[in-house]
Design a protein around this ligand. Structure first.
Ligand SMILES: Nc1ncnc2c1ncn2[C@@H]1O[C@H](COP(=O)(O)OP(=O)(O)OP(=O)(O)O)[C@@H](O)[C@H]1O
Ligand SMILES: [Mg+2]
Length: 295
């Protein structure tokens, strides 16, 4: 039976309308999907913390020496993450790459979504670092060191002289540095120098702080005082800590990674590490992991 041209035209129009209708429905579903994905992502970030630090297959070679070997790692916002390892394991080199003090020779490191090589200035604005070889100028007083750092770290467009002074005073107060503020830093004891070094790392209110052996060589009381400072910092920042004191890592860390010969060989909370190794206490966990690798 032959169909009239009107009927064929009507079919074509109908089909076109259907196509438009399907497209509209598809578009609506797409919008709903994108909206839900965003809400759920936000929810899960709220619950778990977003990834503040990400390393993807990061490697650092010095000539033929591989200091950091293909390390992949994530640290969530607000975590205190400890990097443990014997001398020469690659902890300081990892930190140096994360705060743009040296470039990876392979892989990619990100802070809050910013690439440490391609977006170094954004990364530098996000991080503060207290290194093993402290960046304190020994001839300057405590106050002068802090002011010097504030002048470097604080954006001059947003901070006039009065704002810088106020920021420095706030740091002096919160780190209990008032009694040594006029003392030349080179004359401070090791404990005060460490405290000053951490205070300098906090100037500019960085989101991420790297503390490389912050309590090295301190007596028990000075170390515990600094733990208090670190606990205070931990409240609203992400911290990477290195230490050779196992009780310090036990006391302060949310998660721990053990590094051997430039590689991360185990990561987890203390109970997770204990379960993986069948050992009790971080020192026993660490020794068993390090000795198993050496054997
Ligand atoms: N600038 C450099 N040039 C050559 N080799 C380096 C350099 N910096 C570090 N290394 C080497 O890289 C390896 C890792 O050093 P790194 O300082 O990262 O170790 P670490 O885990 O921080 O050790 P420690 O606990 O002693 O501080 C070591 O073998 C070290 O000798
Ligand atoms: Mg080191």
């Amino acid at each position: 039976m032959r169909r009239s041209s009107f009927s064929m035209l009507s079919d074509t129009v109908h089909r076109r309308e259907m196509t438009v209708h399907v497209k509209k429905v598809f578009f609506c579903f797409l919008l709903i999907y994108l909206f839900l994905r965003r809400v759920l992502k936000g929810r899960s970030e709220e619950m778990n913390g977003k990834n503040m630090i990400e390393l993807e297959n990061v490697t650092k070679k010095y000539g033929t020496k591989t200091a950091v070997d293909n390390v992949s790692l994530t640290v969530r916002e607000g975590e205190l993450f400890s990097l443990l390892g014997v001398n020469g394991a690659g902890k300081t080199t990892t930190i140096k790459m994360l705060c743009c003090l040296t470039r990876p020779t392979g892989g990619r490191a990100m802070i809050d979504g910013h690439d440490t090589v391609k977006e170094a200035s954004e990364v530098k604005a996000l991080v503060g670092v207290s290194t093993q070889d402290t960046a304190i100028a020994r001839n300057l007083t405590v106050e002068e060191n802090l002011r010097f750092m504030a002048n470097i770290c604080l954006d001059p467009a947003k901070n006039d002289k009065a704002a810088i002074t106020e920021h420095v005073e706030e740091i002096i107060r919160s780190f209990g540095l008032s009694e040594v503020r006029k003392t030349r830093s080179g004359k401070l004891s090791g404990g005060w120098q460490r405290r000053l070094s951490i205070a300098m790392a906090v100037i500019g209110d960085p989101k991420v702080i790297f503390l490389d052996e912050p309590t090295l060589g301190l007596d028990v009381l000075a170390r515990r005082e600094l733990w208090q400072e670190i606990r205070q910092l931990k409240k609203d920042r992400t911290i990477i800590l290195t230490t050779h004191y196992m009780e310090e890592a036990e006391e302060l860390s949310d998660r721990i990674a053990i590094m051997i010969d430039g590689r991360i060989v185990m990561t987890g909370t203390l109970p997770e590490l204990e379960e993986k190794t069948g050992e009790k206490g971080l020192e026993n966990v660490f020794v068993s992991v390090a000795e198993a690798r050496r054997a």
